[in-house]
Design a protein around this ligand. Structure first.
Ligand SMILES: Cc1cc2nc3c(=O)[nH]c(=O)nc-3n(C[C@H](O)[C@H](O)[C@H](O)COP(=O)(O)OP(=O)(O)OC[C@H]3O[C@@H](n4cnc5c(N)ncnc54)[C@H](O)[C@@H]3O)c2cc1C
Length: 372
């Protein structure tokens, strides 16, 4: 890792610890948007990390994006999710959209004045995207969308929604919907176990008419476009999981150093030291695999697909395990909301589920092993 990356990590960590962490418990408790941390991220130009300078972003490389997500997630996983979903929501516009569409969508999102979301899941469609039922039908040069998207992060806060919709028997397109478009409405906020500061709701499309400019490139190749972006979004979710694990680990090290039992700090007990050592190994091995995957993605190496699936799997499984052990190391205090580890344990769970469940990651990895 370069000196620039290390310095960047230190600056995001400082920002997260001073401006984001102090609000994380309240955001979780009240299930409210993390407005203080979003303001802090915006005033430090972080929402534009994934966007090119020509569109108002800072054009940072993927490793920098991963580092930013890790550091923000270590303090508040919900805030990290809001930021990275903005990047996912604009990813197909950036890679495949027309210049007109890019100009319409990206500068606002890069500055943080607008939000983005991406919409694949439906009430009856999760892991199997080929079964998507939302339709997009052409009418003259316009397209008309009908359907319902479920569990959409950043909804209804976001302005722009990248919607995957069926355009033929075996084809899908990506369509960019604005929250104020006619025919767009939102479901009630989901009441979640974790990530309670990240808004999640259904997006309902009822005869939503879009002009041709809102279609991402070829409306029959959307699945291909989304699949190409999944490597990056999975790396970012892996980074989020890794950040949660690091946050929980740091909290556990601090607590066990300061808590005395039997006349000495509990960090002196060998059983606990063994747990902490195992947690450290889980974090460092997950980080190494993730950075390896990031380098393959940055190099355009086809091996990236399986490697990032491994990284998403390991980072999220290890985050769940590390957060659970961090809670255990706090004893009864880990179980109450005065300490952050119970929130981190709840937040960690979803990283094993979204952006392709860990069962789906295992299928992808096995496919690369057998070649079919
Ligand atoms: C908080 C939250 C935020 C989310 N954000 C977004 C978002 O922004 N955009 C979006 O589009 N979606 C989002 N999702 C949806 C998420 O990506 C899906 O929940 C996830 O992909 C799994 O789909 P599903 O829930 O329908 O589960 P299902 O696909 O029904 O799976 C149920 C179980 O069956 C297993 N399973 C399914 N198929 C197989 C198989 N072939 N082999 C073995 N096991 C299998 C799964 O691993 C899982 O354990 C979000 C979900 C949540 C809870």
């Amino acid at each position: 890792m370069s000196i620039e990356h290390r310095e960047f990590r230190a600056s995001v960590r400082k920002l997260a610890q001073t401006k984001i962490a102090p609000h994380a418990a309240d955001v979780d408790d009240k299930e409210r948007f993390p407005s203080e941390s979003w303001a802090a991220l915006c005033s430090n130009d972080l929402p534009g990390l994934a966007h090119p300078e020509s569109l108002g972003g800072s054009g940072a490389d993927l490793l920098s994006q991963v580092i930013a997500v890790e550091e923000v997630a270590a303090s508040c996983a919900s805030s990290a999710l809001v930021m990275l979903v903005n990047w996912a929501g604009t990813s197909t516009v950036l890679s495949q959209g027309s210049n007109e569409l890019k100009q319409l969508v990206v500068p606002g999102v890069a500055s943080g004045s607008a939000g983005a979301a991406w919409c694949m899941t439906e009430p009856r469609v999760g892991s199997d995207l080929s079964a998507i039922a939302t339709t997009a039908v052409q009418d003259g040069s316009d397209w008309i969308l009908n359907g319902q998207k479920r569990f959409i992060s950043n909804a209804p806060w976001a302005d722009w929604y990248a919607v995957l919709a069926k355009t033929g028997d075996k084809s899908l397109g990506v369509f960019i919907v604005h929250k104020d478009d006619d025919g767009v409405s939102f479901g009630a906020p989901e009441k979640k176990m974790g990530m309670r500061g990240s808004p999640t709701a259904d997006v309902v499309l009822d005869g939503c008419r879009l002009p041709a400019v809102r279609v991402v490139n070829d409306p029959y190749r959307g699945f291909r476009y989304i699949s190409a972006e999944l490597n990056v979004s999975r790396a970012l979710i892996a980074a989020q999981a890794l950040g949660i694990a690091q946050g929980a680990f740091d909290a556990a090290v601090s607590y066990t150093t300061n808590r005395d039992q039997f006349g000495q700090p509990i960090s002196r007990f060998q059983l606990l030291r063994g747990m902490v050592a195992d947690m450290a190994v889980k974090i460092e091995s997950a980080r190494s695999l993730l950075y390896d995957a990031v380098h393959l993605i940055q190099d355009g190496d086809p091996a990236a697909r399986a490697k990032v699936a491994m990284a998403k799997l390991l980072c999220s499984d290890n985050a769940m395990s590390v957060a659970t052990d961090a809670l255990q190391l706090h004893g009864g205090y880990g179980y109450v909301r005065d300490y952050p580890v119970e929130r981190m344990m709840r937040d960690a769970k979803i990283t094993q589920i979204y952006e392709g469940t860990n069962q789906i990651q295992r299928l992808l990895i096995a496919k690369s092993v057998y070649g079919k």
